[in-house]
Design a protein around this ligand. Structure first.
Ligand code: GMT
Length: 378
């Protein structure tokens, strides 16, 4: 199949998943065209059958807000014509699904068809898409898609509720992980660098937006640090970093925190963690939690959203209500102070990640879905 993929290229779950999907599809013989404003951050080397088309937005003094969606649509249209694309796969509805729909209309004027698949990832539905400024266009562009997938049952239900459209046929296709890349493989050099005196390693990776509750990461860590020697390794960056640093200072744990910033590759560091923290307000899936599980690392996070479909509470990690930092710290300590329990959880984490969410299981779900969408339009 010849497939266009529109996504955010930046640090974050939707762009990471879209890029991994493109790489996997290209390896399976499909022709993949990424269309976005920068090289996707996980696309770091050459892959046969995989191409990148940059969207350039011209600047003009009149444009206080440069019209990215228009430039994206024009690039989608050009790539679709030039490479005779069969499918445009929009990852994160805003603005990709709407741009793909306009592209389809432009192609129809030329008697050409393009099938639209939209994958809903999270805040495109749970936060941004519900803002009155975006609600109607998000609903419209999702409804107009020829195929819709959501990364969890939680997100599917939330889409139907928030957009009041129970007729929508949404397929749940979970996030996936490559178990050969994310695997239990604790590198001695990294361990020594991160925790020189053999401290326990607590890790958090995100784009430090409010929804991630990085302040709770610091609170949970402070609770852990009171009981055991530990270091908090923070990977990523974003708007909440300054507030997190300030809180760490107030709680007296700033010297035990290592900020590593936006690393392109996290697999080798993840497997060095003893526990992974993801105390988000809501998480439609939690790709990074899955990557931690595949690395044999138990996850401590929040229940009530999609993370509960990834982490088995009491088996591969522990889930608590949003904001319950003391309970999360207590759960982390249970694992950190009991090596046998930690090993049991770590083994179960790896098994669950590989058995339910490996690329070999999930990527064919997307392939079958594309085939269905093409057949329905034939
Ligand atoms: O961070 C991003 O790039 C997008 C972000 C979001 O805001 O929707 O990530 C979502 O997509 C990931 C991949 O499908 C999911 O694993 C994340 O759970 C989800 N993030 C949230 O729901 C907060």
């Amino acid at each position: 199949m010849r497939i266009g993929i529109a996504c955010y290229p930046t640090y974050g779950g939707s762009g990471a998943l879209a890029t991994e999907l493109g790489i996997e599809l290209a390896a399976r013989g499909h022709e993949i065209h990424f269309i976005t404003y920068a090289q996707p951050f996980r696309l770091t080397s050459f892959h046969e059958g995989l191409f990148f088309h940059e969207v350039e937005v011209p600047h003009y003094p009149l444009f206080e807000y440069p019209p990215y969606s228009l430039a994206l649509t024009v690039q989608m249209h050009q790539v679709a014509q030039q490479h005779d694309l069969q499918i445009m796969h929009a990852h994160y509805a805003i603005p990709h699904a709407e741009a793909a729909w306009v592209t389809k209309q432009m192609l129809q004027q030329q008697d050409r068809d393009l099938r639209l698949v939209t994958t809903l990832h999270g805040t495109d539905i749970t936060l941004v898409g519900q803002d009155p400024s975006f609600w109607s266009i998000t609903r419209f562009s999702v409804e107009q898609s020829d195929g819709i997938t959501a990364v969890s049952q939680y997100l599917k239900d939330e889409t139907l509720r928030a957009f009041d459209c129970d007729r929508l046929d949404i397929r749940v296709v979970p996030n996936f992980v490559d178990p050969e890349i994310y695997k239990p493989d604790r590198d001695d050099c990294h361990l020594r660098a991160l925790a020189p005196s053999g401290e326990k390693i607590v890790m958090h990776i995100s784009n430090f937006r409010k929804v991630k509750r990085v302040d709770d990461v610091i609170r949970v860590f402070a609770g852990i640090r009171r009981e055991v020697p530990a270091r908090l390794v923070l990977i990523g960056d974003g708007p909440e970093r300054a507030a997190a640093t300030e809180l760490a200072g107030r709680l007296g744990v700033q010297d035990d925190i290592v900020f590593l910033g936006k690393l392109e590759s996290v697999a080798e560091l993840l497997s060095c963690a003893d526990v992974f923290l993801l105390p988000s307000e809501q998480e439609s899936f939690g790709l990074v939690a899955l990557e931690a599980l595949a690395s044999g690392v138990p996850v401590i996070g929040t229940g009530g959203s999609g993370l509960a479909e990834v982490v088995d509470d009491g088996v591969t990690g522990f889930l608590h209500p949003v904001g319950a930092a003391d309970e999360m710290a207590a759960s982390a300590l249970r694992l950190l102070q009991d090596p046998a329990l930690w090993k049991t959880f770590g083994t179960a984490a790896r098994e669950a990640a590989v058995g339910r969410f490996s690329a070999d299981l999930v990527v064919p779900m997307y392939e079958r879905f594309y085939e269905e969408v093409l057949e329905a339009g034939a």
